[in-house]
Write a protein that binds this ligand. Structure first.
Ligand code: ATP
Ligand code: MG
Length: 646
């Protein structure tokens, strides 16, 4: 970006917190004041929400930035904090997980059940030769064993690396090798769109090329046939099923490596992000308590992410379980066996807090308002969004059609690298604006900065930067300190700021708006225009469900705006009208040169739009790395359409 981002989209709607939620909120406006007065004391207070085997000597060691150490000298066991201490508090009978399989089979797992299973798995992993510090790869469907496996690793101090169950042999193999995993935990298969989908063959192929792997532990989920290597493969039901449910958790150092997780790969080759123990759990736990206002006695919480993404790590496993939450976990897709499946689950379990992604919300809006209207969603009280900027109209749809105009919508900005939520409204405190993540949470320092690293005032746009260390920050990229320094800390080295890679603006009231990836910003006739704002303008047209916008090289304007648009079911509109609509909303400079109506967009497996591939199409290039793409056939369709529309 040559200068700063233009500030084009104006939003005047705002929604104050409902009185009921404000009156009983876990966290009030005072938290901001406390954190401002003494940030380290604030985090120290939050760390005390956990049980430590040994207290820390120092809250933060920032003597060798950007290599942070939080809660130096402290020791704790993560699984103890997620399980044993709840049992000690008499909560063993509380439901931890209402699990719903895609075919409709269910399991109800109490904290006592989960504790016993994690202890068995911890004993089994130890018997398989896993020691503290070893890496274990986890490649599982969304079944309770995924959470059990993670917690069992944490319990014995093994570092887990969860790989999304939809990834290919090469993606899995690359991640196993990068971390030199000793054991892989997988399943015969999982259910996906109404049919069993095999996992074990992918593991067999990957492991053949990964000499570090000694054992493969296999959960039987679908019952499908699997090839078996007696010297290497072990059934979960044998090894874990026969293990003792007694296991005493040992404390680990606050900086002990907890997990490696690879980023989604939206912009580049995935990076193996390393998270450690004490600071990570402190912030995952606190933010879950604060942002979702969790009342563990009465709430039923549901995060629809997959455990293979950071959202699943922090807001299915570590945050909720450390807080003693009762949650729903769902194995399958939102349209199996019908498009009302999510709402059926909300109704069935009386879900009170729902955390999902803009891609899902836009899809539901495309399918039609009448689908959620058929279910009783009155139990819901708080809605969350994560993963991409949420367009104001998608936010409004979520609030109205899912939240009955009564639930606050919290748009939470964070990354694999940040480990936990960084920028978000608080549901009992913040007046929300549709499409804005509002401001940094208490204890978090974030700013919008210009090209030269200077802080941008209200009304300005630029880059999002994190201007102080935070407890759940990544500690490095696994095995690659150099890439860690280059990727995040070189851009604003002089100021010592973390470069998030996202464009952002401050509106006139100081609220923060995320404007998409810096790599995606368009330069049109000397103006820096955000893809997000043009997409949001398109989505605000009543016929449009979803839009992706890219800048394509143009002989006259430098770059020109090319938009790919999905219409709502049954809607019809001409592209001329859509171009005019954008021009009226944002100004003539933003009028797309070309709009293509499409039925699908290229997305990562976590549902993020991959604009770089659309840019390749718009500029007539061969496609870049597509290994993290959800469905590669989509790109052929779009390329063919692009050719014929020229
Ligand atoms: P890679 O870094 O490999 O390209 P990725 O950035 O998609 O992959 P994640 O860590 O899963 O990997 O995603 C974090 C990114 O998602 C953020 O940097 C931001 O671009 C986007 N994001 C997440 N939540 C929000 C949000 N609430 N508003 C806007 N953008 C968001
Ligand atoms: Mg990223």
């Amino acid at each position: 970006m040559s200068e700063t981002l233009e500030n084009l989209l104006h939003e005047s709607r705002r929604f104050p917190p409902p009185a009921e939620i404000a009156a009983h909120a876990n966290v009030t406006a005072e938290a901001y004041a406390q954190a401002d007065a003494d940030r380290l004391a604030f985090w120290e207070t939050q760390a005390k929400r956990l049980d430590w085997a040994r207290p820390w000597d120092e809250v933060l060691d920032w003597s060798n930035p950007p290599f942070a150490k939080w809660f130096v000298g402290g020791q704790l066991n993560i699984a103890y904090n997620c399980l044993d201490r709840h049992l000690a508090n008499g909560l063993g009978d509380r439901v931890a997980i209402h699990w719903e399989g895609e075919p409709g089979d269910t399991r109800t797992i109490t904290y006592a059940d989960l504790h016993a299973e994690v202890c068995r798995a911890a004993n089994a992993l130890t018997d398989l030769g896993v020691d503290a510090g070893d890496r274990v790869a986890i490649y599982l469907p969304m079944i309770p064993e995924a959470a059990v496996a993670m917690l069992a690793c944490a319990r014995i101090g093994a570092t887990h690396s969860v790989v999304f169950g939809g990834f290919s042999k090469d993606a899995l193999g690359g991640r196993i090798q990068d971390a030199s995993a000793k054991v892989v935990i997988t399943a015969d298969g999982g259910y996906r769109r109404g049919a069993p989908s095999a996992l074990k063959p992918t593991v067999d192929e990957s492991v053949a090329e990964c000499p570090t792997v000694e054992k493969v532990l296999v959960v039987r989920r679908t019952g499908q046939d699997v090839a078996w290597d007696d010297s290497r493969d072990v059934w979960w039901h044998d090894a874990v099923g026969n293990a003792s449910p007694e296991h005493e958790a040992q404390p680990f150092d606050a900086e002990h490596p907890l997990f490696i997780l690879y980023t989604s790969g939206t912009t580049a080759k995935p990076k193996g992000i390393l998270h450690t123990t004490g600071g990570y759990l402190t912030q995952a736990s606190y933010t879950h308590h604060a942002v979702f206002d969790l009342k563990p006695e009465t709430d039923v919480y549901w995060c629809t992410a997959d455990i293979g993404w950071v959202t699943g790590h922090s807001y299915i496993v570590y945050g909720p379980l450390s807080n003693g939450a009762t949650q729903v976990m769902y194995e399958g897709t939102p349209d199996t066996p019908h498009r009302g499946r999510f709402w059926e689950i909300v109704e069935k379990y009386r879900v009170t807090i729902l955390y999902t992604a803009p891609t899902a919300i836009r899809t539901f809006a495309k399918w039609g308002d009448d689908i959620p209207a058929q279910f009783d969603l009155s139990s819901l009280r708080i809605l969350g969004s994560v993963g991409e900027p949420i367009n104001p109209e998608a936010w409004m749809w979520y609030r109205e059609h899912i939240g009955g105009n009564r639930c606050p919508v919290v748009d939470t900005w964070w990354q694999t690298e940040t480990g936990a939520i960084m920028i978000s409204p608080l549901p009992g405190v913040t007046d929300c604006k549709p499409g804005s993540a509002m401001g940094p949470l208490p204890g978090i320092k974030a700013e919008v900065v210009a090209d030269d690293g200077s802080i941008v005032g209200n009304g300005g746009g630029g880059y999002l930067a994190l201007t102080g260390p935070w407890p759940s920050m990544l500690r490095t990229i696994w095995g690659d300190d150099k890439r860690f320094l280059e990727t995040y800390w070189s851009r604003f080295a002089e100021q010592g700021f973390y470069f998030a890679g996202d464009g952002a603006k401050r509106d006139e009231d100081g609220a923060i708006w995320l404007l998409g990836r810096v790599d995606d910003v368009m330069l049109v006739s000397g103006h820096n225009i955000s893809t997000t704002e043009v997409e949001s303008a398109l989505v605000a047209h009543p016929a449009v469900a979803e839009a992706a916008v890219v800048g394509a090289t143009d002989p006259t304007t430098g770059q020109a705006i090319v938009a790919f648009v999905i219409l709502k079911g049954g809607a019809e509109v001409g592209v001329a009208e859509l171009r005019e609509h954008v021009s009226k909303t944002l100004g003539p400079i933003c009028k797309p040169r070309q709009i293509m109506l499409v039925t699908e967009l290229p997305k990562t497996r976590s549902g993020k739009i991959m604009r770089r591939l659309l840019r390749d199409v718009a500029e007539n290039r061969s496609l870049g790395d597509v290994t993290t793409l959800q469905d590669s056939a989509v790109m052929n369709l779009i390329s063919a359409g692009m050719q014929s529309s020229k």
